[in-house]
Design a protein around this ligand. Structure first.
Ligand code: SF4
Ligand code: SF4
Length: 139
């Protein structure tokens, strides 16, 4: 990968992309302090263009295009070795899953927001349909 010139700013770190990755994955990518243990244990780095910790750094910096264009999330086998080794409890497999979801759903993310559904509609809607819709249509 050619060097990426990064302008670190509050806007990048607090960008919509970082918020979305955190929301979908249920993780806080800013907890990662780049120790590299995840990458040291990952069995598939030989096929990755960027190491898992490099990808999470791109996410931390709000570099959406760079994070979404690398093959790392697609090579990841969700084996969770990284999660077992992470001293900060970051589940990288879930972060990779979030990146795949964002990549596959352009324009669809956040179409359904639970908080936007009126309470009376929530009570009436079939629960199975609701959960299914949220899973499929919420980025
Ligand atoms: S092991 Fe955890 S804290 Fe260390 S680089 Fe990987 S994700 Fe970050
Ligand atoms: S879950 Fe993915 S990134 Fe983590 S160790 Fe396994 S293959 Fe590597």
């Amino acid at each position: 990968m050619s060097p990426v010139r990064v302008r670190i700013s509050r806007d990048n770190v607090k960008s919509e992309f970082v918020r979305l990755v955190n929301e979908i994955s249920g993780q806080n990518v800013l907890n990662c302090y780049q120790c590299g243990r995840c990458s040291a244990g990952c069995p598939l780095t030989f096929a990755m263009r960027l190491l898992p910790n490099q990808v999470i750094r791109l996410v931390q910096l709000g570099l959406e295009e760079e994070a979404l264009s690398t093959n790392t999330p697609w090579v990841c086998a969700s084996c969770m070795t990284c999660y077992a080794r992470c001293p900060r409890g970051v589940d990288l497999a879930k972060v990779m899953e979030a990146l795949r979801a964002i990549r596959l759903r352009p324009g669809v993310a956040d179409r359904v927001r639970l908080k936007d559904i009126p309470e009376d509609a929530l009570a009436r809607l079939p629960q199975q349909g609701l959960v299914s819709g949220l899973r499929k249509l919420t980025g």
